[in-house]
Design a protein around this ligand. Structure first.
Ligand code: SF4
Length: 267
């Protein structure tokens, strides 16, 4: 957290794409696949977090982001084993706190520590300072969530929807389309939790059928070939319907909005 900001300071939310920072903190030319939705989400997040950030990266695709002696990060990057990202981040946080407590580092030099992991429900049970899901196809929503989290003290988690052309088997140019369909079919919910209170930041009223999202991705080809598995597709649709019915019925668990976050509509 930047030292000049009191913990209670709210950063001003943005309303459109033009208000997203133009400066890049993750530079192009990495070894990551073209069309990687995860990298786009990370790039947008870095624009909010700025250069004084330590990215703690568990082993996975993003290991390829920084291959010594090259790095695309303007900030710092720590690579850990698969199960050690959270422990690595806590270690960095503790080390920075010790340095500041001993007067060996000024608060102005403090940095953000970011971990990539997927655990909304588990984290919610622990009432973290901030918890959110984000999509690279909804950059205004994503930016505002990072702005909201930036001034809150304590553990914060972001779960990014990250379309993967290499693993999901679709053309890289369709990344934005699948990120869009994931949200518009209701398969991926855009939501946040502040001190344990969940709010859906966008609720698609007229959800598109899940089939629109499943069809065309090679990983789901077995649902459509050699013959259509109607029962399995209906089961997936039913699970999505149940989730959103519960959201609608649970008082205070979300507010209905009929349109995507302003500024994300024409992306
Ligand atoms: S395999 Fe998928 S998630 Fe990994 S870098 Fe490539 S596109 Fe991104």
């Amino acid at each position: 957290m930047p030292a000049e900001l009191p913990a209670s300071t709210e950063l001003q939310a943005i309303k459109n794409l033009k208000q997203i920072a133009r400066e890049e903190f993750i530079l192009p030319g990495t070894a990551i696949c073209g069309g990687c939705g995860g990298l786009e989400a990370l790039r947008l997040a870095a624009k909010v977090l700025g250069p004084k950030t330590v990215f703690v990266n568990a082993a996975g695709c993003f290991t390829l982001l920084a291959v010594f002696p090259y790095t695309p990060f303007k900030g710092s990057w720590l690579y850990t084993t698969m199960a050690s990202a959270a422990a690595g981040a806590q270690g960095v946080r503790d080390a920075l706190d010790v340095l500041m407590a001993r007067g060996k580092m000024s608060a102005e030099d403090d940095v953000e520590v970011v971990v990539k992991k997927d655990l909304f429900a588990i984290w919610l049970a622990h009432r973290p300072a901030y918890l959110a899901t984000v999509s690279p196809r909804y950059p205004v929503d994503l930016t505002n969530k990072f702005l909201k989290a930036k001034t809150r003290r304590g553990p914060k988690l972001f779960i990014a929807q990250a379309p993967c052309p290499t693993g999901w088997l679709y053309d890289p140019e369709q990344t934005a389309e699948y990120a869009h369909l994931a949200v518009e079919t209701g398969i991926f919910a855009l939501k946040e939790a502040v001190e344990g209170i969940v709010t859906h930041t966008y609720i698609p009223h007229r959800r598109r059928p899940v089939e629109d999202y499943l069809q065309g991705q090679g990983r789901y080809r077995h649902l459509f070939e050699p013959r259509r598995n109607t029962e399995a597709i209906a089961h997936i649709q039913e699970q999505v319907n149940t989730y959103w019915s519960e959201v609608a019925e649970t008082a205070g668990l979300g507010r209905w909005e009929s349109r995507p976050p302003r500024g994300d509509r024409k992306v």
